[in-house]
Design a protein around this ligand. Structure first.
Ligand SMILES: Cc1ncc(C[n+]2csc(CCOP(=O)(O)OP(=O)(O)O)c2C)c(N)n1
Length: 378
C-alpha cells in the first residue's frame, strides 16, 4: 500500500504556503500530529482546538489577520460540529473565507469500522456536496497531492470558501517520535475503573465517554462477567457523556449517575458544566480521567494542563470538587462521595499507559441501550 511520509507531506504544504494548522485530532492523522509536535520548522503553527467549530473559527481569524489559508484537520465525526461556521462564516455567500479541510474518513462504506462511524462515513461526501464544499479523496502520492494543491489554490483565488481533502486510513507512514510523551501519575485508567466499579453499591449507573475509557469499562465488565446494563457506553458524540448523564439524573433522582469523562471530551463541551450546575442534580458525580491528552487518537495534548477543572466546576455551582492523584486518595474519595450531595466533580490524574488492544462493545448499540433502559426502569 502506498503511503506518504509526514515530512514529505508537510514540505509540500509549505511549498504552497500552507503553514497554519488547527483542529481536533483523529487517529488518521496521529503520525502527522506527532511530526508537527516535534518539528523544528519555524514557520509551522499547530493549535489543537477544543472542538471542530472552534477550529474553523480559529483558522478564519488566521485568514483575516494574514490573508493566508489555514488548515483544519478533523475526523469526519467533527464535520457536524463544523457545519455552522462553515455555512455561516466561511461560505462564499457570507465572508468567503478559504480553509483547507483535512478530513479523516471513518466509516467509509465497505470498510469495517465501529458503529458510531457508520452513518457519518456513509454521508461524508454527500454532506460536503450539500454544503457545496468541493473535495478530493486524496491518493497517497506526492505528485498527485502537489497537483491537487495547485487546483485548490485556484479555487481559493477564484471562489474563496473552504475546500476539503479526504483521507483514508494509513495515508501517512509511521512517524517515530524522538521523545515519547510521558507523565508520572501513578493511576492508570484501568486502575481507576477497577477501583470505582468494585466500590459501587447497587444504586449507580455509569455513563462513559468516547474512546478508550468506554472500551476499558466494557472490557472490565466482560472480564468480571458483569451485566452491561448499568453502563451507558457513549461510544460516539464526544463530549456528550455528562449531558446524557444530566438528562438521566434529573429524571431518576434515586439513581446516582456517575460520568466517566475524558479531559479532552470535558473540554470539548465545557459549557455543559454550567447546565449541570444550574440544574444541580444531587445524584450527579462527574469524574474526569485526566491524562492531559487525547489518548484514544494517539496522545495529542489537550488544554487540561492549564485548566483548573475544580475552579470551573465550583464557579458553575457544583457542590463538591476533589482532586485525586493516588490510589489512597481515590479510595477515600469513594467513601466521601457516598454521603455527599452533588453535583460532584472528581478530577483524577491518569498515567499514559495504553499499548494494548482494547475490545469494543460487541453487540449492537441498540441492544445495550435497551438493557440499560430496562435497568433504569426498575
Ligand atoms: C466530534 C469528535 N471529534 C473528534 C473525535 C475523535 N476522538 C475520539 S476519542 C478522542 C479523544 C478523547 O480524548 P479524551 O476525552 O481526553 O479521552 P482519552 O482518549 O484521553 O481517554 C477523539 C479526539 C470524535 N469522536 N468526535
Amino acid at each position: 500500500m502506498k503511503m506518504i511520509s509526514c515530512r514529505d507531506f508537510i514540505n509540500i504544504l509549505i511549498k504552497h504556503d500552507l503553514t497554519f494548522f488547527t483542529g481536533v485530532p483523529d487517529s488518521t492523522f496521529k503520525d502527522l500530529m506527532k511530526f508537527l509536535s516535534e518539528s523544528d520548522i519555524k514557520s509551522l503553527e499547530n493549535i489543537i482546538a477544543c472542538n471542530e467549530c472552534e477550529a474553523i473559527a480559529l483558522a478564519s481569524g488566521y485568514h483575516l489577520a494574514t490573508n493566508k489559508v489555514g488548515i483544519v484537520y478533523m475526523q469526519n465525526s467533527g464535520l457536524g460540529k463544523a457545519v455552522n461556521p462553515l455555512t455561516s462564516l466561511c461560505d462564499p455567500d457570507v465572508y468567503s473565507i478559504p480553509i483547507l479541510l483535512m478530513i479523516g474518513w471513518r466509516g467509509e462504506p465497505g470498510k469495517k469500522d465501529a458503529p458510531q462511524h457508520k452513518k457519518m462515513g456513509k454521508i461524508t461526501l454527500q454532506l460536503l456536496d450539500t454544503l457545496q464544499i468541493p473535495y478530493t479523496i486524496l491518493d497517497a502520492d506526492l505528485d498527485y497531492v502537489d497537483k491537487e494543491l495547485k487546483k485548490v489554490k485556484n479555487h481559493f483565488n477564484e471562489q474563496k470558501g473552504p475546500y476539503a481533502f479526504i483521507f483514508r486510513r494509513n495515508f501517512f507512514k509511521e512517524y517515530e517520535m524522538k521523545k515519547k510523551p510521558l507523565n508520572n501519575y501513578s493511576l492508570t485508567t484501568n486502575d481507576v475503573i477497577h477501583l470505582i466499579v468494585d466500590n459501587l453499591d447497587n444504586t449507580e449507573v455509569i455513563v462513559s465517554t468516547t474512546g478508550y475509557i468506554s472500551r476499558e469499562l466494557f472490557e472490565y465488565s466482560e472480564s468480571k462477567n458483569m451485566d452491561h446494563n448499568k453502563s451507558f457506553y457513549n461510544i460516539g458524540s464526544m463530549g456528550c457523556a455528562s449531558s446524557i448523564g444530566l438528562g438521566i439524573a434529573l429524571q431518576k433522582p434515586n439513581k446516582r449517575v456517575i460520568i466517566f469523562d475524558g479531559d479532552g471530551a470535558a473540554i470539548m463541551q465545557m459549557g455543559a458544566f454550567t447546565t449541570i450546575g444550574k440544574n444541580s442534580p444531587p445524584n450527579f458525580v462527574h469524574i474526569i480521567f485526566d491524562n492531559e491528552v487525547h489518548e484514544s487518537t494517539g496522545g495529542q495534548p489537550t488544554n487540561s494542563s492549564i485548566v483548573d477543572f475544580s475552579a470551573i466546576a465550583k464557579a458553575s455551582n457544583y457542590k463538591l470538587t476533589l482532586f485525586i492523584q493516588t490510589r489512597k486518595e481515590l479510595l477515600d474519595c469513594m467513601n466521601q462521595i457516598k454521603n455527599r450531595q452533588g453535583p460532584i466533580l472528581v478530577r483524577i490524574k491518569i498515567n499514559l499507559s495504553h499499548d494494548k488492544e482494547l475490545k469494543r462493545p460487541n453487540k449492537l448499540p441498540k441492544e445495550y441501550k435497551e438493557e440499560f433502559m430496562k435497568y433504569l426502569k426498575i
